[in-house]
Design a binder for this molecule. Structure first.
Ligand SMILES: Nc1nc2c(ncn2[C@@H]2O[C@H](COP(=O)(O)OP(=O)(O)OP(=O)(O)O)[C@@H](O)[C@H]2O)c(=O)[nH]1
Ligand SMILES: [Mg+2]
Length: 698
């Protein structure tokens, strides 16, 4: 494998709606670049990119793949991301290291949900971009209409650089507006491409579109703009430099015509990519943070600098092994190099260094700044970690993943698998960072959460296939809480047992009263004259704490109460700590029930973003979930609804929202506060708790 310097590297990521053709285009490009000698098909499970068993079974991408090819002596690294929304984390990781994003759009459907969702990430990262209008060979293809929609919905900076000669079933030629040639592709797999003069009937259209392109290029700088207005034209050199500069700045987004299954568009695209897409060292240097002191440093993508790399992905796959996949931001790497994991303060020695084509890995002897590669999984390093030269202790910017929108509890089918499950879910998180898991002590359940039900179901399948543990996903328990609204001035309990020998005796009077929400539990010792001897008072309190942790109505912990121990009696021989503990807890139970007990439930803030036309349905659904609308905002063409909704009503909300809005709705949720459960709901909760207790007892 050759060595490539930053100026000869292009890191591009394909993004877009599911099924738009990202994987098929990647396959075609690998073939065109000579990496493979046969074009695989998604439907046959034979592509380089969709190599894992779930991808083959479902005929869709699930994890982002790393691929590469050589073209015009440049190395093009491709990140092929999944379009299904559950896997948005893969798009986020890939766009974190890519130098240009390419949104793949179907020429008949146009802008779809996945196009918009993934474009948001491009916008957020301020990443240079391009657009491929694919499936131009479809009989309903509408190339120019789709470009127009993309301009309206994604960015007005989109501009055509190649267009179809004849779209539809016979599509095989494009007009390349850079070369000003007609490029005709023979059958896919033949690699036969011919360039000819633009036919007479298309000349006018080609000239007009090229004029638009040049005008757009001229916008990139004042100098070019002035020249363009004075002379009405730019020379070739100005066009080429201006085109590159404006793409790098994100001010020009080239749009290409493609027919991936027919092999149309690949060569022109690759020529364009090597000439005009940014090399990693042409982007603005990123800002890292010094480990000591936190000062910011600019990381220049230079092979001569100190080494730094970011692990943006981990892979663990049969026949591939466990790999840490990274981008080198500065310096270079050779096998055997010692680097410091600055995130965890651990020295790691790199083993063999690889570059990947899906599951195929090739050894390399050196990898330079700007490139993407992999090593056998490092012992103490994880997705998101920075590794750097020992005397260059920096932390590179991290990926930012969205909060989970769906959560389930994991119920093992067999007892005793808990440790295995937690280890396996931990590994799954490394590969799919938006998939999270944690044991929630308050409800005694392991909770998995993520971006959608498919993602969680695949995690469960992984547990079974790879670790042999079977689990079920069930609705998580709700961490209810209990408290009182009224007072009980005197709750008395006398614990007395006489059964020959030494007996048991403990006797207390408690006062129970509510505290402000969030104030917690308070205990006051108001015993005078030693009627309950000091040495038994901690035992009383222990009894209180135990019963409050267990709860009384629903098995949820009791909060925000004040308990005053103000009277009692003791027996010189029979009293002991256990007796006072029992007396304390029984007196509390009795007094609690007399002090108007209530159940509190967690309320979440939800922020729902939907296209305007779904307002009615979504608002209706929120009130059906006992939600209270807090406000609305308009971000045309979207509406944002803010509401407070009980957690108990939010189970599978993301799935419901997707189905209410044809997949276009998004939402985020975060804990707000605890609130009293309405009476009609309270009865149901208590009933369910009793049922659950009986089941447990069986
Ligand atoms: N007619 C036609 N079909 C295409 C073209 N490109 C892809 N397809 C087909 O469209 C389907 C989806 O293609 P993929 O390459 O899997 O799409 P993707 O964007 O990778 O999809 P996800 O990974 O699910 O996001 C497959 O059946 C392809 O054969 C094209 O240019 N023309
Ligand atoms: Mg794919």
């Amino acid at each position: 494998m050759k060595e490539y310097n930053a100026e000869a590297i292009r890191n591009i990521a394909f993004i877009g709606h599911g099924g738009s053709g990202k994987t098929t285009i990647s396959e075609l490009l690998l073939f065109t670049g000579g990496e493979i000698n046969r074009i695989g098909k998604v439907e046959e499970g034979s592509t380089i990119s969709d190599f894992n068993s779930n991808e083959i079974e479902r005929q869709m991408s699930i994890a982002a793949s790393q691929l590469h090819l050589e073209w015009n002596s440049n190395k093009i690294n491709i990140l092929d991301t999944p379009g299904f929304p559950d896997f948005i984390g893969q798009v986020i990781s890939s766009l974190h290291v890519a130098d240009l994003a390419i949104s793949v759009i179907k020429s008949m459907e146009g802008i779809e949900v996945g196009t918009e969702l993934t474009w948001e990430v491009v916008r957020k990262n301020k990443l240079p971009a391009a657009v491929i209008i694919n499936k131009v060979d479809n009989e309903h293809s509408k190339f120019f209409e789709t470009v127009q929609h993309a301009k309206q919905r994604l960015s007005n900076d989109i501009i055509v650089v190649s267009f179809p000669v004849k779209e539809g079933l016979n599509f095989n030629s494009i007009i390349d507006l850079i070369k000003m040639k007609m490029v005709t592709y023979a059958d896919a797999g033949s690699k036969k491409v011919s360039e000819e003069e633009i036919p007479g009937d298309l000349k006018e259209q080609a000239n007009k579109l090229r004029e638009e392109l040049i005008e757009k290029i001229a916008e990139s700088s004042e100098e070019l703009m002035n020249k363009f207005f004075e002379e009405g034209a730019l020379n070739d050199d100005e066009i080429q430099k201006g085109l590159k500069t404006s793409i790098v700045k994100g001010g020009l987004i080239p749009a290409f015509a493609f027919g991936a299954t027919k092999g149309v568009g690949a060569n022109s695209f690759l020529d364009f990519a090597t000439k005009y897409f940014p090399a990693p060292n042409e982007r603005e240097p990123i800002e890292a943070t010094m480990k000591d002191g936190g000062a910011k440093v600019k990381i220049v993508c230079d092979v001569k600098g100190e080494t730094s790399l970011l692990i943006f992905k981990s892979l663990s796959e049969q026949h591939v092994g466990e790999l840490s996949i990274f981008k080198v931001y500065s310096g270079s790497l050779t096998p055997g190099l010692d680097l410091l994991n600055t995130t965890r303060d651990k020295i790691e020695r790199l083993g063999q260094i690889f570059v990947l084509n899906g599951r195929i890995r090739k050894d390399v002897t050196k990898l330079n700044a700007g490139d993407i590669g992999a090593v056998v999984k490092l012992k103490d390093s994880h997705t998101g970690d920075t590794l750097s030269s020992k005397n260059f202790t920096i932390v590179l910017p991290q990926m930012e993943y969205p909060e989970p929108v769906i959560r389930f509890a994991v119920k093992p089918k067999a007892k005793g698998d808990e440790d295995k499950i937690s280890a396996a879910l931990h590994t799954a998180h490394e590969e799919e960072p938006t998939l999270r898991s944690k044991f929630d002590g308050e409800i005694s359940q392991t909770i998995v959460s993520g971006q959608g039900e498919l993602q969680l179901n695949l995690a469960i399948k992984l547990l079974k296939d790879r670790y042999g543990v079977e689990v079920e996903l069930i609705e998580p328990r709700i961490p209810y809480r209990e408290t009182v609204k009224g007072k009980c001035e005197d709750s008395e309990y006398k614990h007395k047992k006489q059964s020959g020998g030494r007996g048991q005796y403990g006797h207390v009077h408690l006062k129970i009263e509510p505290q402000a929400r969030g104030a917690g539990y308070e205990f006051e010792d108001a015993i005078v004259g030693g009627v309950v001897p000091g040495r038994f008072i901690p035992a009383v309190e222990k009894g209180l704490k135990e019963i409050m942790a267990k709860g009384i109505l629903t098995g949820s912990k009791v909060v925000d109460v004040k308990v005053t121990l103000f009277d009692g009696t003791y027996h010189a021989v029979d009293s002991d700590e256990v007796s006072f503990k029992i007396a304390g807890s029984m007196a509390f139970r009795k007094g609690f029930m007399e002090a108007r007990p209530v159940i509190l439930e967690p309320i979440y803030d939800i922020n729902v973003k939907i296209p305007e036309e779904f307002m009615g349905d979504v608002m209706g659904d929120i009130s059906g979930r006992r939600g209270k609308i807090q406000g609305m905002d308009s971000e045309s063409p979207f509406q944002i609804i803010k509401a407070k909704v009980p957690l108990a009503e939010l189970h599978r909300y993301s799935t419901q929202l997707r189905s209410l809005t044809s997949g276009r709705g998004m939402f985020a949720m975060s804990f707000s506060h605890y609130e009293e459960v309405p009476k009609e709901v309270e009865g149901k909760i208590i009933e369910e708790y009793q049922k659950h207790k009986e089941e447990e007892a069986e």
